[in-house]
Design a protein. Structure first.
Length: 171
C-alpha cells in the first residue's frame, strides 16, 4: 500500500502481515493475533533520509462467559530510528450489554503504558473508557474518553483528556 507522509511529497510502501489463532472454549471464542507491520522507506523527522519502520504487535481478545471479556495489546519497535515510543502495553475488560438488554453493545475499560523511545518522551500513561452502541447490523456509535499523562526528557509533563465520538458503517 502506498502512503503519503505530511513531511515529504515522497511515498513509502507499507506492509502488514497477520497470523491469527482462534481458541474455542466453554467460556467463549478468543482471538490471538501476531502482527508485523512496517516499511523500508519511512522519512525521518528531519526529512533527510529514509529509514526502517517495523513494529511487532501481539493482540489477545478472550471472553469469559456471556458478559465479561479481557483484551490486551502489546507492541514493540524493531529498529532504533528516532521514535516517540519503543513499546506499548494496553489491557482491559470488555463488558457486553447483555445485562441491560442490549446484547450487541459493550463497555470497554482499559489502562495503557507506552515506553518512550529515543526522542522526547520518557513515558505515557493512559486510561480509557468507551461505550459502543449498535444501532443496527450496519451502524454503530462509540463514545470514548481518554486520560493521558506524558513525561518528557527536557520539559514538564503534560496531561489531559481526549473525547471522541466515532460512527462505524459496515457494508
Amino acid at each position: 500500500m502506498d502512503v503519503h507522509q505530511l513531511t515529504s511529497p515522497d511515498k513509502y510502501a507499507f506492509y502488514g502481515i497477520q497470523a491469527r489463532y482462534t481458541l474455542k472454549t466453554s467460556q467463549g471464542t478468543g482471538h490471538y493475533r501476531v502482527l508485523l507491520n512496517g516499511d523500508r522507506d519511512f522519512i525521518d523527522e528531519a526529512g533527510a533520509s529514509k529509514k526502517r519502520n517495523d513494529v511487532l504487535i501481539i493482540s489477545i481478545d478472550q471472553p469469559f462467559g456471556k458478559v465479561l471479556g479481557v483484551f490486551t495489546r502489546m507492541g514493540w519497535r524493531l529498529d532504533n530510528e528516532s521514535i516517540n515510543y519503543q513499546a506499548v502495553y494496553t489491557g482491559g475488560v470488555d463488558i457486553k450489554g447483555t445485562n441491560w438488554g442490549r446484547m450487541l453493545d459493550n463497555i470497554g475499560i482499559a489502562l495503557g503504558y507506552m515506553n518512550g523511545g529515543n526522542n522526547r518522551i520518557i513515558r505515557t500513561r493512559l486510561a480509557e473508557a468507551y461505550y459502543r452502541m449498535v444501532i443496527n447490523p450496519t451502524m454503530s456509535f462509540t463514545g470514548d474518553i481518554q486520560y493521558m499523562h506524558d513525561q518528557y526528557f527536557s520539559m514538564p509533563g503534560a496531561e489531559g483528556m481526549i473525547y471522541s465520538l466515532r460512527v462505524t458503517v459496515n457494508f
